[in-house]
Design a protein around this ligand. Structure first.
Ligand code: FMN
Length: 139
C-alpha cells in the first residue's frame, strides 16, 4: 500500500506545498506518489491507503470560499466506495480560508471515505503547511 498526494495549483503555491510534503515523506521512507489531479489514474486511487488532496482556496475574498473547481471535480469523480481510505485535505489561501474544505470533505464522506483531518494556511507559510500535513499523515 502506498499513499497518494494529489493537488490542483493554478499559480504554483499548492504544488510547492505538495512537493515539500513529498520530499519529507520520502526522507521518512514513506511509500508515496505525488500527481496533479488530472494525472491521477484509477489504479493510483485503488493502490492508495491515504489520499492527501491539496487545493487553493477560491471564492469571493471574504465569502463563498471553496476548493478550486478541478479539485472539486476530482473528488466528485472518485469511486463511490471509499471505505478503506483515509483522506487528508490541505489548502493555501491569500486572504481568508473560511471553511473552504468542507464541501470536498462532505463529498468524500458521502462516498464513505474518512476525512481524518484538514488544514489551511496562508500561501506564504508553505513549509509550515507541509510540515503540518506531514505530521498528520505520519501519525
Ligand atoms: C480565482 C481565484 C479566487 C481566489 N479566491 C480567494 C478567496 O476567496 N480567499 C482567499 O483567501 N484567497 C483566494 N485566492 C487566492 C488563492 O487561494 C491563493 O493565492 C493560493 O495560494 C493559490 O494557490 P495556487 O498558487 O496553488 O493556485 C483566489 C485566487 C484565485 C485565482
Amino acid at each position: 500500500m502506498t499513499h497518494l498526494i494529489t493537488y490542483f495549483s493554478h499559480s504554483g503555491n499548492t504544488k510547492k506545498v505538495a512537493e515539500i510534503i513529498l520530499e519529507k515523506a520520502r526522507k521518512a521512507d514513506i511509500d508515496i506518489v505525488c500527481k496533479e489531479v488530472n494525472n491521477v489514474s484509477e489504479e493510483d486511487i485503488i493502490n492508495a491507503e491515504k489520499v492527501i488532496i491539496g487545493t487553493p482556496v477560491h471564492g469571493l475574498i471574504l465569502f463563498a470560499q471553496h476548493a478550486a473547481k478541478p479539485a472539486r471535480d476530482f473528488v466528485k469523480a472518485l469511486p463511490e466506495d471509499l471505505q478503506q481510505k483515509e483522506f487528508f485535505l490541505f489548502a493555501t489561501y491569500l486572504f481568508f480560508p473560511s471553511n473552504a474544505l468542507i464541501g470536498i470533505e462532505r463529498t468524500i464522506q458521502e462516498k464513505q471515505g474518512k476525512v481524518k483531518n484538514y488544514v489551511a494556511m496562508h500561501r506564504k507559510k508553505k513549509e509550515e503547511l507541509a510540515q503540518a500535513v506531514f505530521e498528520l499523515i505520519s501519525s
